[in-house]
Design a protein around this ligand. Structure first.
Ligand SMILES: Nc1nc2c(c(=O)[nH]1)N[C@H]1C(S)=C(S)[C@@H](COP(=O)(O)OP(=O)(O)OC[C@H]3O[C@@H](n4cnc5c(=O)[nH]c(N)nc54)[C@H](O)[C@@H]3O)O[C@H]1N2
Ligand SMILES: Nc1nc2c(c(=O)[nH]1)N[C@H]1C(S)=C(S)[C@@H](COP(=O)(O)OP(=O)(O)OC[C@H]3O[C@@H](n4cnc5c(=O)[nH]c(N)nc54)[C@H](O)[C@@H]3O)O[C@H]1N2
Ligand code: SF4
Ligand SMILES: [Mo]
Length: 743
């Protein structure tokens, strides 16, 4: 009989409600996913979703998925059984840790890991149980800036006030393309629709972006900016607020410390001075700042400044986020209706690690002493050095779960470093580019095959709600959940995960974790039930009765400041020392960022792909590779024709892509999407697509990391662009690095 079951998508932050139809068939599991549709009864997404979510059935049945454990033998990946894989890997890890100490072991958690509570918890528990602090994560090539700044200002990495879109009067959006990406570090369904409704009720939406994006074409006003210069714009807006308008700072002083030092940060940056760096007219900067002040004070209904990856990945991601958070606070918008609110979630995600006894390595640093952990992980841009630098503690065994760092990290250093490992294990759905370096590739379940609760996003919800999903179907073939894989790896390595829970952990949770039985799937739901009971806002029983999800109480204005700020004195720190010190870089980079006549590299996302991993999905009509975008005048100066092949290069490397000329892109900017270039490695269907990996051109290494947060600087680098003689479609494939042996 056909079953129709409810679940939610876990590809991006929206977590859209979905209805999945499953029909009996003659396969090994006896069932087939026949249809995925949006769930109109979902209390928040209400029928909204995108093609990636609708492709989950095709992802589940994709014949190119890895279905059994693989081991590299004489360069080839060959099929082996789970018993063999676990015992061999466990024994190798044990001997490396015994010989070289716990830091020989490292883990990289990629983006999908954080959309799987099972994967996040158990993979972390595995390395921590072996005594290693070496967790690296994709948030250091995405949002480390935000996590670091919030840790300093609010005492917790996951506090990110979310805009009150229903009431605000002005929304300034820097470095995000909501229509395509659905934004990040906040959870809102149909982001562009929500922004349109702000405009429809008379509000103002300003999109600050070097490109007239899909979003900017549909909603609000577009303000083009020179790449990498948002911090100068924000400093100049703060200058107008504090040095020209003379904002009343008394309310800020009651809830924050460091107000004067924060205001002083803006002193040098007059709108006139910022104009020559940002390319935004001083009058426009003044207009933005005065509208912001007017919307925030007196009878103003509230305003919010927001930034996303276009700022995070730039040269001043941390300073920019700090200026945004501080400006939202001193204008009185933080924790007020119409400004920004701080949601709680069904339980306190922020204390989750502490609760389950993880995160005990937060004081540790990389072996060179240079980088600290942010939100529980070291920056992945430092990983290559941790592998290659001669040191007793150098990394010798690496697990990569739900990630593709060879592709996603700039500079290419990992491709040179990974062959130096004694053991490399990839846990993934596909043989991606990183798996080309793996000794073992282990098949993970996809989201239809595992139960879940979206813990890492619950404190970022515009509309607070909770939803639990069961595993909808039996795992196909030999696929296993990360919960089970890393649990079994721990046992095979001679340790128990969560084995060292600290004394402050809730006693009943501690007991539960210690009893972790052999059926890990059952245990995950037990753990979740305890966490939800502890949060007192809903129960697992209630979520099971309402598979479409339940609404939680709306976030109350006034519930954060003076109540939930987690700094020692309960005050927001408006002037963390490292951020104040980093202001010197603004002065130092002013001249180089003001340079005209050069081209700076930025990125772009596509509705149909997700970083490097939707390109194999047969349900999705794939884009034609990663076409670069260039302004016609910049093209003319270089003799480049529309639709021709170009070379984009930097001292780090060069790629060939096809170019489209468009006035949507500001002068001095070249746009190349990331995640492409699977030509010689990567899953089968994706390999057939044109495209090149832009991270070959983006320079990597310590010099290209945000000094305060360790975030890789991936935008606004100067690049050369030149015409190639080749016709469009004619591709020269560069040989792959790494251990080969892929079919
Ligand atoms: N369809 C789809 N959706 C996705 C993803 C995907 O790959 N595909 N990825 C998901 C992930 S992992 C994330 S983190 C989020 C990211 O979500 P967003 O942060 O919204 O990411 P983008 O869509 O890349 O938008 C970034 C914008 O910043 C602009 N930009 C570049 N440089 C600068 C600059 O210096 N200043 C300013 N002001 N703007 C600049 C770019 O032109 C671009 O329009 O999206 C998520 N959603
Ligand atoms: N130049 C440049 N580089 C960028 C960016 C950019 O804008 N420009 N964006 C950055 C951003 S925002 C991000 S988040 C990173 C992403 O960087 P990564 O997380 O390192 O890489 P992804 O491409 O997201 O690869 C995710 C992998 O997880 C696998 N996967 C999917 N679901 C599951 C699952 O349930 N379990 C397991 N085990 N595996 C699964 C997929 O098959 C895929 O191989 O890339 C960053 N890199
Ligand atoms: S990928 Fe698409 S369907 Fe999935 S959560 Fe994001 S917007 Fe929704
Ligand atoms: Mo991301």
């Amino acid at each position: 009989m056909t079953r129709s079951v409810r679940t939610f998508c876990r590809i991006c932050e929206v977590h859209c409600g979905l209805v999945v139809e499953v029909e009996p068939d003659g396969s090994a599991t006896g069932e087939r996913v026949t249809k995925v549709s949006p769930d109109r009864d979902h209390p928040v997404s209400q029928g909204y979703c995108c093609v990636k979510g609708l492709g989950l059935g095709a992802l589940h049945h994709d014949p190119d998925r890895i279905d059994v454990p693989l081991k590299r033998v004489d360069g080839e990946l060959v099929e082996i059984g789970w018993e063999q894989a676990l015992s061999e890997i466990g024994a190798k890890v044990r001997s490396l840790v015994d010989e070289h100490g716990p830091r020989a072991l490292a883990l990289y958690q990629g983006n999908p890991t954080f959309f799987s509570l099972q994967g996040t918890l158990m993979s972390t528990a595995y390395v921590e149980a072996l005594g290693s602090p070496n967790v690296f994560a994709s948030h250091s090539i995405d949002v480390n800036t935000k996590f670091h700044v919030s840790t300093e200002m609010y005492g917790l990495s996951l506090v990110h006030p979310v805009p009150d879109f229903d009431h605000l009067e002005l929304f300034v959006c820097l470095g995000s393309n909501p229509l395509v990406s659905q934004m990040s570090v906040l959870q809102v369904a149909d982001a562009a629709g929500v922004l349109s409704s702000v405009v429809d009720r008379g509000g103002r939406v300003v999109i600050v972006d070097p490109r007239r994006t899909e979003t900017a074409k549909r909603v609000g006003e577009h303000v083009p900016i020179r790449p990498g210069t948002d911090a100068y714009l924000l400093a100049a807006m703060l200058h107008v607020l504090t040095h020209e308008i003379g904002l009343d700072l008394a309310p800020a002083r009651r809830v924050a410390r460091g107000v004067d030092d924060f205001v002083a940060a803006a002193a040098p940056w007059t709108p006139e001075r910022a104009e020559s760096v940002t390319g935004i007219a001083a009058a426009t900067i003044r207009d933005l700042a005065t509208s912001y002040a007017a919307a925030s004070t007196g009878s103003g209904k509230g305003a919010a400044l927001y930034c996303s990856t276009g700022v995070n990945m730039g040269p001043f991601g941390s300073v920019a986020y700090w200026l945004i958070q501080g400006s939202n606070l001193i204008t009185g918008n933080l924790d007020r209706r119409g400004g920004l609110l701080v949601p709680r979630g069904a339980f306190d995600t922020l204390r989750l690690a502490e609760l389950v006894g993880l995160g005990r390595f937060d004081e540790h640093r990389t072996t060179d002493g240079r980088w600290h952990r942010v939100a529980g992980a070291f920056p992945v841009a430092a990983l290559a050095d941790e592998i290659t630098t001669e040191h007793p503690d150098r990394v010798r065994a690496l697990f990569v779960t739900g990630g593709n760092p060879v592709h996603s990290v700039p500079g290419g250093a990992l491709a040179d470093a990974l062959p130096r490992l004694d053991l490399m294990v990839s846990v993934d759905l596909y043989r991606n580019e990183t798996a080309a370096y793996a000794d073992y590739v282990l098949p993970a379940t996809d989201m239809l095959e595992r139960s879940d609760f979206p813990a890492s996003h619950q404190s970022l919800q515009i509309v607070p709600h909770a939803q639990w999903t069961p595993a909808l179907v039996e795992p196909l073939a030999e696929r296993r959940t990360e919960w089970q894989i890393f649990y079994d790896l721990a046992i095979a390595s001679g340790v128990r995960p969560f084995g060292t829970t600290a004394a402050h952990v809730l006693p009943h949770l501690n007991r539960l974790l210690r009893r972790l039985p052999r059926s890990p799937q059952v245990t995950f739901d037990h753990l979740l039930a305890v966490l939800l009971r502890w949060g007192r806002r809903t129960t697992l029983g209630e979520l099971k009765r309402h598979p479409e999800g339940v609404l939680l109480p709306a976030t109350e204005p006034g519930s954060f400041l003076g109540r939930r700020v987690a700094t020692d004195d309960g005050l927001v720190d408006l002037a963390p020392a490292d951020l104040v010190a980093d202001l010197a870089r603004l002065e130092a980079s002013e001249a180089s960022l003001s340079r005209t006549g050069v081209l700076r590299l930025v990125g772009r996302r596509d509705r149909r792909s997700h970083n490097s991993w939707m390109h194999n999905n047969p349900h999705i009509r794939q884009p034609d590779g990663n076409t670069a975008l260039l302004h016609p005048d910049d093209a003319a100066e270089r003799g480049i024709a529309d639709g021709s092949r170009i070379e984009v290069s930097s001292p780090a490397g060069a790629i060939e892509v096809t170019v489209a000329l468009t006035g949507d892109v500001a002068r001095g900017v070249v746009v190349v999407p990331h995640g492409w270039g699977h030509a010689t490695t990567g899953p089968r269907r994706a390999r057939a697509l044109a495209g090149a990996n832009v991270n070959t051109v983006v320079p990597g290494g310590a010099a290209q990391m945000d000094p305060v947060s360790g975030q890789a600087i991936m935008l606004a680098h100067e690049v050369e662009v030149r015409a190639l003689d080749r016709a469009a479609g004619e591709v020269r494939v560069q040989p792959a690095k790494g251990r080969t042996g892929l079919p």
